[in-house]
Design a protein around this ligand. Structure first.
Ligand SMILES: Cc1ncc(COP(=O)(O)O)c(C=O)c1O
Length: 472
């Protein structure tokens, strides 16, 4: 498939679409084009219906219409490996798949098979299933700094559970979070910091404090200003900024010196930085840590892990006052845990992490060459580890720009790439990366012209907007 063109798939009776490669074999182009026009209209209808039935039109703000240019796929009907197909039959190479949950690849057969096998045995019983113990053992084998684990369905829930445990253990209320890490939980204690106060009691704000990554003195100032009040510090082990001068270790020591716990949010870094997350990479033992996203390769499973002395507060054998810790109907759905066990096995037996770094590096090199050749170094930047690359868009004055982000996304979509980030998966091949670099080259040429001639005249629809905003 040529990277410069869309490949339209043919509609099939069950409402799904044939992969583009199969569609290309079709001799009857005209009916296919007609079907595509109908499919676009149907997709617009579906979008309107979605907004009538679902606030925001979907179930995650980061997937919303306001996050993508108007030519982006409105809905995706299926994925295989790193490729996805929309309701009109267009095929895309995807990055940051499933908000980074899909690390091995879409519909990754060994994981799907493991989940389906377990599903046929039943998904939820009145008593626990052995798969809960098996999955706990498998996860703790790759997260050896933790003694115990409790599973749930999403990252937000387990980060909040870590905060609750820290509060219970310390008898304190305040939490110090890293201001440079954009998301920890949709719960009030975090959302109150985002500037969207709707529905959150105003007094929650006083209990969440912020510090900057690598600013140890800033954290110490918080502890001094709020003596005996801070239960824990919460941060990702790293994002685009690496820890300097033993920051994570010094932060843990500082927290302990002031009687607080260190909570590492490995929702993104787990099964990406390394199998065991940032704690492996930086050799740092947190008091509590959470995993999610990649753990189930897109199937919903998350985990609170930690040291026994804290985790046992939620157990049945402790003499201390109990914590009602993570007790949900679906928390231990058997097929999600079976999927997680298979994911862990794949990471243990195949070079998933090495591949993520290698393919990310290939992409980063190609993109950097393009930006240098076009003189865009100050306007289009990439940052982060190769396994988790992010890009930034800046206007002619060097200010961060949503319209330029929209333009870049729009031009990539035209070239068959759906890339809100450059986060690769285990399924991205050399050919996929090279095709992406070609698409990026085309998109950046338009970007260059837009810097010189004005971005508005190149946009085919409205600009994307930040997720965190107070009004629509
Ligand atoms: C670092 C981090 N922590 C927690 C979460 C919340 O996870 P979930 O969306 O599964 O609730 C996210 C989600 O993007 C995240 O990036």
């Amino acid at each position: 498939m040529s990277p410069g063109n869309f490949s339209f798939g043919a509609r099939v009776p069950d409402g799904t679409n044939l992969p583009a490669a199969e569609a290309e074999k079709s001799e009857c182009i005209e009916p296919v084009v007609g079907q595509v026009v109908n499919a676009i209209a149907a997709s617009d209808d579906l979008r309107a219906k979605a907004h009538r039935l679902i606030p925001g039109g979907c179930h995650t703000y980061a997937k919303g219409d306001d996050q993508y240019p108007s030519n982006a796929p409105a809905f995706i009907v299926r994925g295989a490996g790193c490729r996805v197909w929309d309701t009109t039959g267009r095929e895309f190479i995807e990055y940051g798949m499933g908000l980074r949950a899909v690390t091995l690849g879409h519909a990754y057969t060994p994981v799907v098979d493991a989940a389906v096998r377990q599903m046929r045995l039943g998904t939820n019983f009145n008593r626990p299933s052995p798969v809960e113990v098996e999955c706990a053992e498998a996860l703790l084998a790759v997260v050896p700094r933790a003694d115990m684990v409790k599973f749930a369905k999403d990252g937000s829930t387990v980060v909040s559970a870590a905060v609750k445990l820290a509060r219970a253990h310390t008898g304190r209320v305040k939490v110090a979070i890293c201001a440079d890490h954009p998301f920890f939980s949709y719960n009030d204690w975090f959302m109150v910091t985002t500037g969207i106060p709707g529905g959150i009691p105003a007094d929650v704000a006083k209990d969440t404090l912020s510090f900057h990554y690598n600013d140890l003195a800033g954290v110490e100032r918080l502890f001094e200003r709020h003596p005996g009040e801070i239960a824990c510090v919460v941060l990702e082990p790293a994002r685009t900024e690496e820890p300097i001068d033993g920051f994570l270790h010094k932060l843990r020591d500082l927290a302990h010196r002031y009687g607080a716990l260190l909570v590492l949010d490995e929702t993104i870094t787990g099964f990406r930085w390394s199998t065991g997350g940032g704690q492996d990479v930086y050799d740092i033992g947190p008091d509590l840590a959470v995993f999610g996203k990649a753990l189930g390769n897109g199937i919903s499973v998350s985990a609170l892990t930690g040291r026994r002395e804290f985790m046992e507060l939620g157990g049945l054998h402790d003499t201390r006052e109990r914590v009602f810790l993570l007790s949900t109907t679906h928390g231990a759905e058997t097929h999600s845990l079976a999927a997680a066990i298979k994911v862990i096995e794949v990471y243990r037996t195949e070079d998933v992490i090495g591949t993520l770094y290698r393919q990310g590096e290939r992409l980063a090199q190609g993109v950097r060459q393009m930006t240098a050749a076009l003189g865009l170094g100050d306007h289009f930047t990439i940052a982060g580890r190769p396994c988790a690359l992010l890009y930034g868009t800046r206007d002619a004055d060097g200010a961060a720009s949503q319209p330029f982000r929209t333009l870049f996304l729009q031009e990539l979509v035209k070239r068959g790439v759906l890339a809100p980030s450059f986060v690769v998966s285990y399924s991205h091949t050399d050919a996929d990366i090279d095709q992406t670099i070609e698409a990026v080259a085309g998109a950046l040429q338009v970007y260059r012209r837009a810097l010189d001639e004005g971005v508005e005249r190149f946009l085919v629809g409205p600009s994307v907007k930040p997720v965190y905003r107070r009004f629509s």
